[in-house]
Design a protein around this ligand. Structure first.
Ligand SMILES: Cc1cc2nc3c(=O)[nH]c(=O)nc-3n(C[C@H](O)[C@H](O)[C@H](O)COP(=O)(O)OP(=O)(O)OC[C@H]3O[C@@H](n4cnc5c(N)ncnc54)[C@H](O)[C@@H]3O)c2cc1C
Length: 345
């Protein structure tokens, strides 16, 4: 067997699909404890709406990711991609000018519609109007992972990985009776417990979210004000998220909930009930770039991590970069290669 994949969030799934597309064999181990992918909104948007600019490699990641998910959608015969415009609600009149300038810029013009909309949206507080982003939407990450996992049931096992059970062999490695050429770790923030890679600066950023029921909102667009409010269907909306740097526990807090409620109320003026309060830790990195590459000493142990707050767009191309590096000997882009942190690990 070619590859043992540890972790089946967006990163592990993207790596699995990449191997499938190149006719390679795999086995997945996932603890099914919890993961960032399972609570993410799954929004894909290659722009930074706070600063009206593009994210790192935004256009390239977007161009690669969308066909990737469309292929999976067809294969699984299950709807996971929900294209939807994002309405960026302006916080002040001065935003109009910045929006118009940004919408004129190469790259950004593919996504930002130049029109400044001053019409009101039912149930939404938008005193300064809004701008519309195209080619955006939401991947239903929870369903994607569940349905994909069922489709690979014969190559999947639920278990917590035991790092001490890895045995190096002359022709690969052995893990509890599983013989593989390589291991690829895709553990999200749980990488901090992985003795092979925990020297890398995965800082993490906790996000709390609420799932709300707001039958009068009737929005099919994703709203972006102080937070995102994204439609999930059945009058449910995903509302979030906080960015917390200090607290690295997996517990929601009353303070986090109060913060989210205040932001929701800045954004909408219809009644709603809170259905769920969830949190997880985004696998963010000191220099805000993915963590990809091969262990310094063990050349068959690899890492696919650091998807940050943009896992939906980043994971597919990052998985391809890593796979090409392992199997084709193609150099990883320097910005994502873990060797950039050699001095501190
Ligand atoms: C509140 C919030 C909102 C977000 N919203 C968005 C969004 O709208 N759009 C977007 O693109 N991104 C979003 N993100 C970011 C996105 O969730 C992450 O970038 C992405 O999900 C990371 O995927 P991953 O596979 O690396 O990690 P995870 O999803 O955390 O998956 C890791 C998996 O590894 C398993 N695992 C870990 N350790 C072990 C072990 N030792 N043994 C076995 N299994 C193990 C876990 O069970 C888990 O299934 C959001 C994140 C948060 C927290």
């Amino acid at each position: 067997m070619d590859t043992l994949i540890v972790g089946f969030g967006l990163a592990g799934l993207a790596y699995t699909e990449t191997l499938v597309l190149s006719n390679k064999t795999f086995h997945v181990i996932d603890a099914e404890s919890s993961g960032s992918s399972a609570i993410a909104a799954g929004i894909y948007n290659p722009t930074v709406l706070k600063r009206f600019n593009m994210t790192w490699k935004g256009q390239e990641l977007h161009a690669f990711a969308l066909p990737f998910y469309q292929t999976i959608e067809k294969k699984l015969q299950h709807k996971i991609n929900f294209p939807a415009p994002i309405f960026k609600l302006f916080g002040q009149a001065a935003d109009h000018n910045q929006w118009a300038v940004a919408a004129d810029r190469a790259g950004l013009s593919l996504f930002l519609d130049a029109t400044i909309h001053s019409s009101s949206i039912a149930g939404v507080k938008s005193p300064y109007g809004f701008g519309k982003l195209n080619a955006c939407g939401r991947i239903d990450t929870r369903t994607l992972i569940e349905v994909y996992r069922n489709s690979i049931a014969n190559h999947y096992q639920q278990a917590s990985f035991d790092y001490s059970a890895v045995e190096q062999l002359e022709d690969g490695l052995l893990y509890k009776g599983i013989h593989a050429q390589d291991i690829v770790f895709c553990e999200g923030y749980a990488m901090v417990n992985n003795p092979f890679f925990n020297g890398l600066p995965l800082v993490g950023s906790k996000g709390q979210i609420l799932i709300i029921h707001a039958p009068e909102l009737q929005s099919e667009a994703i709203l972006k004000g102080p937070i995102f409010i994204a439609p999930l269907g059945d009058d449910l909306y995903w509302a979030g998220a906080s960015f917390e740097q200090k607290d690295k526990t997996l517990a929601t807090s009353p303070k986090g909930k109060a913060w989210l409620v205040a932001k929701i109320e800045q954004l909408i003026d219809v009644p709603y009930t809170i259905e769920e309060h969830l949190c997880h830790i985004r696998p963010t990195v000191l220099d805000r770039r993915p963590l990809l590459g091969t262990h310094k000493k063990y050349k068959n142990i690899h890492l696919l991590n650091g998807m940050g707050s943009r896992g939906v767009l980043t994971a597919p191309l990052a998985a391809k970069w890593l796979c090409d590096s392992i199997h084709e000997g193609i150099d990883l882009p320097r910005e994502v290669d873990i060797s950039r942190f050699e001095k501190i690990t």
